[in-house]
Design a binder for this molecule. Structure first.
Ligand code: SF4
Ligand code: SF4
Length: 351
């Protein structure tokens, strides 16, 4: 058992601790080649200007080199007690570097797939068909509605309806009427993104409907058609795809412990803000070190495990939807005449 030492400056995760020099350029050949970039990455606070510097640097590098650099940094390790500590994970998450690497890596994954996945073929077909066709054919949508009698029970108990101008009953009515123009308007609105997928509406419906399932199906359709960028909440999917998506793709978890900044989670309250401010010390106090390997780490995941979960997301159509979100964001950023990183900042902070 490690001694309980609050002042232990050598504890992994403590940036200035001995054996953890932020400006040290490692010996690995890949890392050495990109030494200046790495030193900049470690010093940066990920402002938009700095993100553009990352992107300019990466724009001249081939995909394999960007991925190789990321992996070499991710895998650099320091011995710590009976395991290894991975000091660079905290510099990589949420950066333009990680976003660019993920985008290129996922493109290669799709290109190198021996055959297009069944679900991807189906989504491609749906993209060209009407929204009414989707509602009648998408498996989740089909199972989510038989006949809604507009009783309003779902809206009465919906927690999101308390805070927003939002009614699952209205959504079910629009869908049931099968008016293409009205459905498109719904897909372009914030409405479908207000639901927080708690599932309370499903068990209470006297007709056995699932507004919850229908909304998740409509969200997919909105992304496939690119309508989501027309609403504030919809275009936030770009930030979400890189936050939760980046965590899933690189760390096999939805939330990395350094992600939930109090400014974005005011509902967590002042105690959480205090904890977050002192999180490294808190970890030290309980003897936890999340940037190590192991089942509860945050997160150095074995490459074979990562490979396996990535295959699952690809087979389930996740890569296809991420591509649609990325494509729509790049297009809208261009239309607005702003860089992709400024666009990322905009969608993260608006609304
Ligand atoms: S509870 Fe069911 S039947 Fe009633 S409005 Fe909602 S979806 Fe329709
Ligand atoms: S799943 Fe969505 S629509 Fe249903 S009760 Fe929860 S927030 Fe409301």
């Amino acid at each position: 058992m490690r001694p309980f030492d609050l002042k232990n400056e050598n504890y992994p995760g403590h940036r200035e601790g001995a054996g953890f020099e932020t400006d040290r350029i490692p010996e690995d050949a890949v890392l050495k080649k990109h030494g200046e970039f790495i030193a900049f990455l470690k010093r940066s606070k990920t402002s938009v200007d700095e993100e553009e510097t990352f992107r300019n640097y990466l724009s001249d590098l081939p995909d394999e080199e960007v991925i190789g650099l990321y992996e070499a940094l991710r895998d650099e390790k320091i011995e710590w007690e009976k395991g290894f500590f991975y000091p660079n994970i905290q510099y990589l998450f949420g950066t333009a570097f990680e976003r660019e690497k993920d985008y290129r890596e996922q493109q290669l994954w799709r290109e190198n797939s021996q055959q297009q996945r069944e679900v991807t073929r189906w989504y491609e077909e749906a993209k060209e068909k009407s929204c009414v066709w989707w509602i009648e054919n998408h498996i989740i949508s089909r199972h989510s509605i038989s006949s809604c009698m507009s009783c309003g029970a779902c809206t009465a108990l919906c927690p999101a309806a308390e805070f927003y101008d939002f009614s699952p009953r209205m959504i079910m009515t629009i869908v049931q009427e099968k008016d293409e123009a009205e459905i498109i308007e719904l897909l372009k609105s914030d409405t479908i993104w207000y639901c927080h997928q708690c599932g309370s509406c499903k068990p209470k419906c006297p007709r056995g409907n699932s507004p919850f399932g229908m909304i998740s199906s409509l969200r997919q359709l909105s992304q496939i058609k690119g309508y989501h960028v027309e609403s504030v909440r919809g275009r936030q999917q770009f930030a979400a795809r890189h936050l939760w998506g980046g965590n899933l793709w690189n760390r096999a978890c939805t939330l990395y412990f350094r992600n939930p900044e109090p400014i974005a989670h005011r509902d967590f309250g002042p105690r959480f803000a205090l904890y977050f401010k002192h999180k490294e010390e808190m970890f030290r106090r309980i003897g936890a070190c999340p940037d190590m390997d192991g089942s509860l780490s945050g997160r150095k995941v074995h490459p074979d495990t990562l490979d396996e979960v990535r295959k699952l997301w690809q087979a389930g159509g996740v890569l296809y939807l991420w591509e649609r979100i990325e494509e729509a964001a790049r297009r809208q950023a261009e239309e607005l005449g702003i860089s992709l990183d400024s666009y990322h900042e905009k969608v993260k902070s608006e609304g």
